[in-house]
Design a protein. Structure first.
Length: 376
């Protein structure tokens, strides 16, 4: 079996309510569906995910990179040889990991369909049967954020991520109101998304600590490893790296500099599942737990996160995950026929499971793809 074609399909699906965080406002999930077809007519699908404000890619760049660089690099190759294909893409063009991750997801989907196995069986098999998920609360008034937390408690969530960093004066009140709404037994995290200086981070985290927070994510700029280290050493709360955790080498440097206690792994940052396994291995060797973080994924990307999480031992260290769960943002529709919803989280007690279908375990809804596709 050989790769015969690669096709990027830009899609845009609105959210019902604007989602605010330190880098901006989300009104649409704007991702690129990647179709990889074999010479035997078998098709695998992946998804190149974008978060404007963080991602250094756009739908336009992804489409161009897939057409001009990635496709020529991998046509005719055996889709089973994922490591070789990753090297070929890197040799052709540096970076552009979201574009590459969409192709890599599609290869796992294609490979699983050919072997008639779910992707998790190709990744070493499940280490648990289900994955605990968290709910992320976008920046809003403290009262509105508390109301959201209280509502989502009814769906079985027992970990909440409170976004801060856009309006520092209200951040402490946001955390306080959410804690009051959910009670003492529920876990709360604070996600700054690079919104603080080192000094501000230390000051604010010390204030947050009286509300029994589980961790603080990415308190300072992604490039400031020394700053992350200063924060981590100055506070009692565990520090998680998100935007800083951009490669196995970056993960190693963060750990080596005592800058993190937890690594948040977002598959598109690393070019897909295979390279993310390498990051998880770096964490495991240092005794560092990992969180499988979420981007603005459609269900295709969320199934990829589920297959990765269910096969990653360090993902089971007492931390819930956003990437495998339903979108915390109010996404209005999706592109697969089966979608895991808040009701599924509720029925499974705050957990989700990957699908058992072949590959990444989804069935694409082609009518939805046609509805939300657009030209770039």
């Amino acid at each position: 079996m050989k790769i015969a074609s690669v096709r990027p399909i830009p899609l845009k699906i609105p959210v019902s309510k604007s989602y605010v965080w330190s880098h901006g406002i989300v009104d649409f999930f704007t991702n690129v569906l990647i179709e990889v077809k074999s010479d035997e007519g078998l098709i695998g699908y992946g998804e190149s995910d974008i978060i404007f404000g963080v991602s250094q890619e756009s739908p336009e760049t992804i489409v161009q990179v897939v057409h001009k660089y990635i496709t020529p690099a991998i046509l005719g190759k055996d889709p089973f040889n994922i490591e070789e294909i990753l090297e070929s893409m890197d040799d052709k063009i540096d970076g552009h990991y979201s574009a590459k991750s969409g192709v890599e997801f599609a290869l796992w989907d294609l490979k699983g369909k050919y072997l008639r196995q779910p992707a998790y069986n190709l990744l070493g098999g499940k280490v648990r049967e289900k994955i605990e998920v968290d709910f992320t609360i976008g920046i809003d008034t403290p009262e509105a954020m508390a109301q959201t937390a209280k509502k989502m408690l009814d769906f079985g969530y027992r970990t909440f991520v409170v976004k801060v960093g856009r309006d520092n004066e209200l951040d402490l009140e946001r955390v306080r109101k959410v804690r009051e709404a959910v009670g003492p037994s529920v876990k709360i995290r604070v996600d700054v998304n690079e919104g603080y200086t080192v000094e501000k981070a230390i000051k604010m985290i010390r204030l947050f600590e009286k509300y029994d927070i589980q961790l603080v994510e990415q308190p300072v700029a992604r490039w400031d490893t020394k700053g992350m280290s200063k924060v981590a050493r100055a506070v009692d709360t565990p520090i998680s790296a998100d935007e800083s955790n951009s490669s196995p080498q970056a993960a190693y440097q963060l750990i080596e500099n005592d800058a993190v206690d937890i690594l948040n792994i977002k598959l598109p940052y690393h070019g897909g599942i295979w390279n993310s396994i390498k990051v998880a291995s770096v964490a495991e060797s240092a005794g560092i737990p990992v969180i499988v973080g979420g981007m603005n994924h459609y269900e295709v990307g969320r199934q990829a996160n589920r297959h990765f999480a269910i096969t990653t031992p360090t993902a089971y260290s007492g931390y819930a995950h956003e990437g495998p769960g339903p979108a915390s943002q109010s996404l209005t529709d999706n592109i697969t026929k089966d979608v895991i919803t808040y009701e599924d989280v509720k029925s499974d007690g705050g957990f989700v499971k990957p699908g058992d279908g072949y590959g990444l375990s989804f069935v694409l809804d082609e009518s939805k793809v046609r509805q939300y596709a657009y030209e770039v």
